[in-house]
Design a protein around this ligand. Structure first.
Ligand code: SAM
Length: 122
C-alpha cells in the first residue's frame, strides 16, 4: 500500500506571512491540527501544528514565522505507508506533507489515515 492510496488530497495550508490568529482560526474551522507552510508557488517550507500554537500562547510569541518547524519531514506519494509510519514513529509526529519531485505539497498523510486503513481490516 502506497502513501498515494491513503493521503488526503484536499488539505489546507498557510503562508509564512500569515498571522497566528488566522492559522489557528483555520485549524478550528477545518478541524485540523496540522497545516503545511507553503510558498506562493506551493513549495513546502515548513509545518505548523496546534502544539506550536499552544507554545506560542504559553511563550507569548506573536509571529507565525517564529513557531514554524522548518526541518519538516515529508514523504512522496510513491513511498510505502510503512515508510510514513516509521518516520512518524521515529520523530513522534502525527502528520507528514506529501510532496512531488518539485517540492510542491500535493497531500497530507496523518496517523488518522493509517488508523482508518487498519480499521478497514477489523
Ligand atoms: N519531536 C518532537 C519533540 O521531541 O519535541 C515531538 C513532536 S511535538 C509534540 C510537535 C512538534 O512536531 C511541533 O513543533 C510540530 O511543528 C512538529 N512537527 C509536526 N509534524 C512535523 C513534520 N512532519 N515534520 C517535522 N516536524 C513536525
Amino acid at each position: 500500500i502506497l502513501v498515494s492510496d491513503i493521503m488526503y488530497q484536499s488539505f489546507y495550508s498557510v503562508s509564512r506571512n500569515e498571522t497566528i490568529e488566522n492559522a489557528s482560526t483555520l485549524m478550528v474551522k477545518k478541524k485540523v491540527n496540522h497545516l503545511p507552510v507553503v510558498s506562493e508557488d506551493g513549495k513546502l517550507e515548513g509545518i505548523v501544528t496546534s502544539w506550536d500554537i499552544t507554545k506560542a500562547v504559553a511563550c507569548k510569541i506573536t509571529e507565525l514565522d517564529e513557531i514554524i518547524t522548518r526541518n519538516v519531514k515529508y514523504v512522496f506519494s510513491g513511498d510505502k505507508i510503512e515508510t510514513a509510519s516509521s518516520i512518524m514513529e521515529d520523530y513522534s509526529i502525527s502528520a507528514l506533507p506529501v510532496i512531488d519531485f518539485e517540492n510542491r505539497v500535493i497531500g497530507m498523510v496523518t496517523s488518522e489515515s493509517i488508523s482508518a486503513l487498519i480499521g478497514k481490516f477489523g
